[in-house]
Design a protein around this ligand. Structure first.
Ligand code: NDP
Length: 604
């Protein structure tokens, strides 16, 4: 993505690009805050109960373990599962999966709020479809199907064997003499492993807004990622009978809120939705899977579809749009523009102009849809997003906007300022108190804070130096995966790695990559592999250089976790995703494996 250029000369536009650009900037400026990520509260101490697992009986105990396995995989979501699968396929038998949850599933284990679904197309999002001989039931899966699929992967590849659930890794220490990691957990385990693969999840730690008075609220409260069905009744398909007679507040209007608001609005007596920035809400057509189409799929169809989608959303034109939805629309519109001769200038600047115009057109249609669906004019106005489509996570929903037509549902727009205060009884915005019985935080997850804090574990590498210390001035890695001083540790992290809108796509590439290295290590009889200083330096420099490709775009965006809450800096260039785009990043990894030299890794 590129910076905002001059308005091109396009006579048939029914909007003025200059005034839209001004409006976007004003909306961004209104939301910029000095405290950036510091505005959020870490969920610990008196807020720790917000992390409790509602799906298991409390008080689980077991005897601590002191054994050894070849690979410990930390995380039982798609990242960990894919690592486990690719390692199994590479012939590794001795694998132990560890996760704080009660089962596999990761984000789909924790997030079971009413309406939960994935609005990335299921045929591209769900991993390992061909391996499991499974075609999802609909174009967009509901959460339950994805959770079931995660567990089916675990069964199919025998990953439940040796798995430890309800177990949180708290500390990892490298024993350089023995070339083993010592992995300690909240159950007193002290296990050993030659390799560790860490797939702790990009959005695993719920966060709370640092709103004054947050600890004063005396009603019922929880974070949407730990939905309390004992209080609300019902399940992820709705039927929230416990909310009858209740006044409910939801703070946040991101992808989570967009999906649960219609259900809460249907059952609560009164719902207040507290909004800081409106989401972009596009159409979601969700047809059931055509069984004939499913039967017609030939070998390799899944990777081909994933690549097609990833290329399109990365702005790389494809002969065919296999997914054909709101995600791929933008590039589709651009291609239509090119075909119609709207775009004549194919220089990078010319293309940037064309992309910006296609983006304006897309967002104009998103805003027009709000007017079509929302009856009250002021509410409709407040629900319109004024920023470029990929500044924030685009959302797709057919009921969210119309929910605001219900007499019992009120949008409380904070004009970009956020909630002012929380009291014993409710929420204050612009001096007015909204009393509620239940307050639900749909306020997202930690991004951009210290990696070890988010992962909930500390790493002690060679000489006892921690990962937090090593990364104190910014992420240091080769390919986002290896860190000098931390041999045999593979991070499946986003920093300095490619970003794919369908997140499991990148996790799959990282899993293939680490399985290749471990397999090669076995073949060559290696004890340890570690990034060299030179390779790490070169990769960091490449990442900082490439960040300029996306830096201007995000600088002009409304704040959010996509742009480090609006605080772009050299540090965020270093800590962010690989700026050359995920297709390029994937090619780099593939070429590296094809070369077969483990280049940039010191081996022993
Ligand atoms: P987000 O971080 O996207 O949203 C958090 C919300 O809380 C934002 O609307 C934010 O406003 C708001 N907020 C934060 N602080 C305040 C405050 N002080 N006052 C008022 N509002 C505040 O979290 P989500 O859980 O919604 O989504 C996280 C990610 O999970 C998504 O981006 C997506 O990647 C994934 N997801 C995907 C789904 C799917 O496939 N459909 C469904 C759900 C989640 P502001 O925007 O102004 O910061």
């Amino acid at each position: 993505m590129t910076s905002a250029p001059e308005a091109p000369d396009l006579p048939d536009l029914n909007f003025d690009p200059d005034s839209l650009r001004d409006r976007y900037r004003r909306e961004r400026d209104k939301r910029l805050r000095d405290d950036g990520n510091e505005q959020y509260i870490e969920v610990k101490d008196r807020f720790a109960h917000f992390l409790d697992d509602p799906y298991v009986e409390p008080g689980f105990t077991r005897e601590p373990l002191e054994d050894e396995v070849e690979v410990i995989v930390i995380g039982g979501g798609f990242g960990g599962l894919l690592a486990g699968v690719r390692l199994r396929q590479a012939g590794v038998e001795s694998i132990r999966m560890i996760d704080p949850a009660g089962d596999f599933g990761g984000t789909w284990y924790w997030n079971r709020y009413p309406g939960i679904a994935c609005d990335i197309e299921s045929y591209t999002y769900l991993p390992l479809l061909e391996e499991l001989d499974y075609v999802p039931k609909e174009k967009y899966s509901y959460g339950k199907e994805i959770l079931d699929h995660s567990q089916a992967i675990g069964r199919k590849f025998d990953l439940y064997r040796d798995a430890l659930f309800q177990t949180r890794v708290v500390d990892l220490t490298w024993d350089d003499e023995a070339a083993r990691w010592i992995v300690e957990t909240n159950h007193g385990d002290r296990m050993r492993a030659q390799y560790v693969a860490v797939a702790a999840g990009p959005l695993n730690r719920p966060k709370l807004p640092g709103i004054p008075g947050i600890e004063d609220f005396e009603g019922h409260t929880f974070h949407a990622s730990r939905w309390d069905y004992r209080y609300t009744g019902g399940d992820s398909s709705g039927n929230l009978t416990g909310l009858r007679g209740k006044r409910v507040g939801i703070i946040g209007t991101g992808a989570t809120a967009v999906q649960c608001v219609p259900h809460v609005g249907e059952w609560a007596d009164q719902l207040y939705v507290f909004q800081r920035t409106p989401s972009s809400i596009d159409v979601k057509d969700n047809p059931p899977t055509d069984p004939e189409w499913a039967k017609s799929l030939g070998p390799g169809w899944h990777q081909k579809r994933m690549d097609n989608f990833n290329n399109l959303v990365s702005g790389i034109p494809q002969e065919e749009d296999l997914v054909n939805d709101g995600w791929t629309d933008l590039i589709g519109n651009l291609l239509v523009g090119i075909r119609k001769g709207k775009t004549q200038d194919f220089s990078p600047e010319g293309m940037a102009k064309a992309v910006e115009i296609a983006d304006f057109e897309k967002m104009e249609s998103i805003r027009a849809r709000v007017d079509e669906l929302v009856e009250d004019g002021d509410t409709a106005e407040a629900l319109k997003p004024y920023y470029r489509q990929f500044c924030k996570r685009p959302c797709f929903h057919n009921e969210y906007l119309a929910t605001f037509n219900r007499p019992n549902v009120e949008l409380v727009d904070t004009d970009g300022k956020g909630v002012e205060r929380i009291t014993k009884k409710g929420v204050v915005v612009a001096g007015q108190e909204y009393e509620v019985d239940c307050l639900i935080y749909a306020s997202g997850f930690e991004v951009g804070t210290d990696y070890s804090r988010r992962a909930g574990m500390q790493f002690h590498g060679k000489d006892g130096r921690t990962l937090s210390e090593t990364w104190a001035d910014g992420v240091r890695s080769l390919h986002g995966m290896h860190v000098r001083g931390f041999p045999n540790c593979f991070l499946m992290n986003g920093s300095q790695a490619g970003f794919t809108a369908s997140y499991p796509h990148m996790l799959n590439e990282q899993a293939k990559h680490l399985a290749y290295i471990i397999q090669t290590g076995r073949e060559k009889g290696l004890e340890a592999v570690e990034a060299t200083t030179d390779a790490e330096e070169a990769w960091i420099a490449q990442c900082i250089g490439k960040a300029r490709d996306t830096g201007d775009f995000f600088e002009n965006c409304t704040p959010g976790y996509y742009n480090n809450e609006g605080k772009a800096s050299e540090r965020s260039a270093q800590d962010g995703f690989y700026g050359g785009g995920s297709p390029e990043f994937i090619r780099i990894l593939e070429a590296w494996r094809e070369a077969g030299a483990l280049e940039g890794l010191e081996t022993r």
